[in-house]
Design a protein around this ligand. Structure first.
Ligand code: SF4
Length: 466
């Protein structure tokens, strides 16, 4: 019997990517082969994002593209998984019964083999679980099979699942369930295995990473986890994503500043800066409290990059509230900023309010913030020219072999800029047989002198191994 080929389309955030990797691990263990091109697959898994309307539209487009392949006879089986299934299972089953063969929710990732395997084995597929999915239970562990979909030197590690906050714009707690942390030793076992397999950078993720451990009465919390991971052999960079301002402690700031492998990178989604908007968002705080927190980090880690995400057009956001947000962006001087326009979502606290900021005003406010930020980000990049930094080499530039690309500690995968390396990476340059130096190979760490900026990117030359 020929091996069944599986393709995967993974949409949404890094948390969804880890779920994709767990499904790939289960499929790998069951002997499926993988193909990068959806058109070559026998079975296609679309792992959806159900966070906001634009993400759902993208997910539906991906499902319909896959359904077209099935109609052509090229694809034999279509499986839809992920957040959108967890959130809208009944609606999806009603609308897509003709196109989709199986739905897999967030808490039933281990069903993926049965869902995909019917091509090879004609297993009966349970289309609806007998009991409804319970998103408050599932949490993967170091024993869960997992196959990385990232570059082999970088991995995302989910340290907790779910969220106990009640931010009024967010539906995540309704479908990802209550906050639950993995144990320190379980995470360490996974990171040790990843490091043995060649991973040099781990990106720790959760809905609220700074809350880590509190649900388990783990008094050491995230600082304790970072101290444990910092000693793992072979690992070079530990990056922490998604801190929540109210759960950041002095001990955490100290640990991040002190531990050599924890990179100087502060990723703290703040959402807004006007106290009235933040109150309506059920988050609290103000520009003043945000700036004080940013200052705490900058005093402890002067070279740290600051990243945040903001929402514009939240119900009731006045011109004055938006102007306060714009001034905050000027003052905070973030290195990296993402701006979302508010999406009116059912199962959220804000859904009872009127979505009263017109779409064109939302878009305008987003553009104003992004233009403000562009100027700041370019200036922040200028201040790094002349510095020597460690760079994790990612490989040749997509457009030319004359450039390598990599990332320094202040640049996270996928969301931030890059370092473009234009010199110092080959032996025998010009002698007809140039070869990449060992420290310039993909996955290696090089020491790079930054020589100029290129918008959101920086340019530099390799001066040695890191
Ligand atoms: S936005 Fe708020 S409620 Fe939603 S996941 Fe983040 S912290 Fe939790």
């Amino acid at each position: 019997m020929s091996v069944t080929k599986v393709g995967v389309v993974s949409l949404g955030c890094s948390k969804n990517l880890v779920d994709t990797e767990v499904m790939l691990g289960h499929l790998d263990g069951a002997g499926f082969a993988f193909v990068a091109n959806a058109e070559e697959a026998d079975v296609l898994v679309v792992n959806t994002c159900g966070f906001i309307e634009s993400a759902r539209e993208e997910s539906i487009r991906a499902i319909l593209d896959a359904a077209a392949l099935k109609k052509d006879g090229r694809l034999k089986r279509l499986v839809v998984a992920g957040c959108m299934v967890q959130r809208y299972r009944a609606e999806l089953q009603a609308e897509l019964a003709g196109e989709v063969d199986a739905f897999v929710g967030l808490d039933e990732l281990d069903r993926i083999v049965g869902a995909a395997g019917a091509v090879a084995s004609d297993l009966p597929i349970r289309r609806t679980p007998k009991a409804g999915p319970d998103p408050s239970r599932y949490l993967y562990s170091s024993r869960t099979p997992r196959r990385l979909a990232t570059s082999p030197w970088t991995a995302f590690v989910k340290i907790a699942e779910g969220c106990d906050h009640t931010c009024s714009f967010c539906a995540i707690p309704a479908f990802r369930g209550a906050f639950r942390s993995r144990g320190v030793e379980d995470i360490a076992a996974e990171v040790e295995r990843l490091a043995r397999g060649g991973v040099r950078e781990v990106n720790l993720i959760a809905q609220d990473s700074s809350h880590y451990g509190r649900d388990r009465d783990d008094r050491e919390g995230l600082p304790g986890l970072l101290r444990r991971l910092d000693g793992i052999e072979g690992l070079r960079w530990i990056r922490v994503h998604y801190l929540y301002p109210n759960t950041v402690t002095d001990r955490l700031v100290e640990a991040m500043a002190e531990l050599p492998r924890v990179v100087p990178y502060v990723d703290m989604p703040l959402q807004h800066a006007h106290p009235d908007t933040l109150r309506r968002m059920r988050r609290g705080g103000s520009a003043a409290t945000h700036l004080a927190l940013i200052d705490r980090f900058r005093r402890a880690m002067p070279d740290a990059a600051m990243r945040t995400t903001l929402i514009v057009g939240f119900p009731g956001e006045t011109e004055g509230e938006f102007e306060a947000l714009r001034s905050f962006v000027e003052e905070a001087r973030f290195d990296h900023l993402g701006v979302f326009t508010y999406s009116h979502e059912e199962s959220t606290g804000a859904f009872a309010s009127v979505d009263d900021v017109p779409a064109e005003i939302k878009a305008l406010r987003r553009d104003v913030l992004m233009e403000t930020q562009q100027r700041i980000a370019f200036l922040r990049n200028e201040t790094r020219v002349g510095a020597e930094v460690d760079v994790l080499v990612e490989g040749a530039h997509d457009d030319t072999d004359d450039l390598l690309v990599g990332r320094m500690p202040t640049q996270a995968p996928d969301v931030d800029g890059l370092v473009l390396i234009n010199d110092g990476f080959v032996t025998d340059e010009g002698a007809g047989d140039p070869r990449l130096l060992p420290h310039a190979r993909p996955g290696a760490l090089a020491r790079v002198l930054l020589t100029e900026t290129a918008g959101y990117d920086l340019v530099g030359r390799i001066v040695g191994a890191a």
